[in-house]
Design a binder for this molecule. Sequence first.
Ligand code: FAD
Length: 311
Amino acid sequence: MKTERPEARHVSELFEKFGGSVADGFPAIHAPTFRTQNGTPYLKAPGVVMLARPQTNVAGLAGFLEGFDPELKFPEYLEDPTPLPGSSQLCKTAGQTCYMSFGPRRTKNENAAAYFERLTSAGHGSVLEHANFSFLLYGISRSVTHELVRHRAGMGFSQVSQRYVSGTVLRFVERPEYQEDEKLHRLFEERADRAAKEYQEMADSLLERQEGGSAMLSADYKTDARKKVQQTARSLLPNETEAPMVLTGNVRALRHIIEMRADAHAESEIRNLAVRLFLCLVTADPILFGDYEISELPDGTCTVTTEYRKA
Ligand SMILES: Cc1cc2nc3c(=O)[nH]c(=O)nc-3n(C[C@H](O)[C@H](O)[C@H](O)COP(=O)(O)OP(=O)(O)OC[C@H]3O[C@@H](n4cnc5c(N)ncnc54)[C@H](O)[C@@H]3O)c2cc1C
């Protein structure tokens, strides 16, 4: 069975090093929460949790395959002894539908890695659009999510609304560069405390004005009133504010994001995120991401590369 990547051991070592775990087939890399001396919560790394992955019903092809000349032996397709991850199976079945490659001369599942290498190396990535993965991302700053949402093609985002949620869920993200430097770390903690305090004071002042009948802050409904306070108070929140989101992307789009954002020259916080996304994806499907290599840079961070960019 060729579903193992050559450097699979390296991938699993790094997945474990980042604190990764797999529950019921769903990989996750969680991130702990820290607190300043004043109790303001913050995170030092992105948390990545796979929420959804494809499940493929190959048996469902039976009624279709049985309708062709028995000499073509299409129903054999249902008896391939090598199981694939649902995402690889879905993309492979989609690709094989193009040429009606269901008979004995088709590429068998044991050669799925070579099948996808032929597609990605030739830039025929459209079959990769069938498989979608969803993730919860947290421990990521507003500046990282601003970069992430620039990826439009094949992506869906649902991000925390700073207009709706209140200061009770406010958390911050410490950049890697501040974590090892005593002074920069102290300044970060002071900033986080100050931002949380100023936000609360501003929200309280706005609420007072609203209750005092301010025309700018008035609203007919309670939710609208709360939004008017919070949409104004959020103006003073820094880029370091945590901005959790659920992200869904098809494999073609996710590959592009990994290539752009886990590149050695990418911004360090988004690279940390892209590396974790890659580790979860390659753990879930070692075939669709089988052409990627992950390596460690001199500063101990990681980068992900492939020969077949932008399939
Ligand atoms: C290191 C780095 C530095 C950056 N610096 C800046 C900066 O200074 N300022 C700034 O504004 N942005 C910057 N960006 C963001 C960058 O310009 C892109 O907006 C972002 O990376 C999204 O990638 P994409 O354009 O490939 O789009 P995606 O939405 O990821 O689309 C994937 C691919 O689909 C195709 N596609 C998508 N939409 C269209 C379309 N409308 N028409 C035709 N083809 C389309 C393209 O081939 C595209 O590459 C930077 C990105 C990186 C990685």
